[in-house]
Write a protein of this length. Structure first.
Length: 121
């Protein structure tokens, strides 16, 4: 069994995707893929790029059900902070059937993020 990957999305974008029947964020056009994270990468990624952002959802994606190609690659913006780390990238729109769970992803009062309890430790 392949482990799930995760994607952070503003609630309004996810609701619009559900109405359209497919999720295709701006990064798909600008970078050619949808940025995802492993479970271990989610909180650090959110703290680095989305700190203080409210009304986020965390999508849990089953790679076996995704119609887009999933590749683990170095970060788009390399930094010395996470050397050698590889991130999951979905090369195509995300079909909604591949999303197995949608979890609230609130930031803390200081703007930081922690892995939601719903995902367990």
């Amino acid at each position: 069994m392949r482990s799930p990957v995760y994607h952070l999305v503003p609630r309004a974008e996810w609701q619009a995707a559900c109405a359209r029947g497919v999720y295709a964020p701006a990064s798909l056009e600008t970078h050619g893929f949808i940025h995802c994270s492993t479970r271990a990468q989610v909180a650090e990624t959110a703290n680095r790029w989305l700190r203080g952002q409210r009304d986020l959802l965390l999508l849990e994606i089953d790679p076996r059900q995704a119609t887009a190609d999933l590749r683990f690659e170095p970060p788009v913006r390399p930094s010395g902070e996470r050397p050698g780390e590889r991130f999951p990238h979905l090369y195509g729109p995300l079909n909604l059937e591949a999303v197995t769970r949608v979890v609230e992803f609130p930031c803390q009062p200081d703007g930081s993020f922690h892995l939601p309890e719903a995902l367990g430790e």
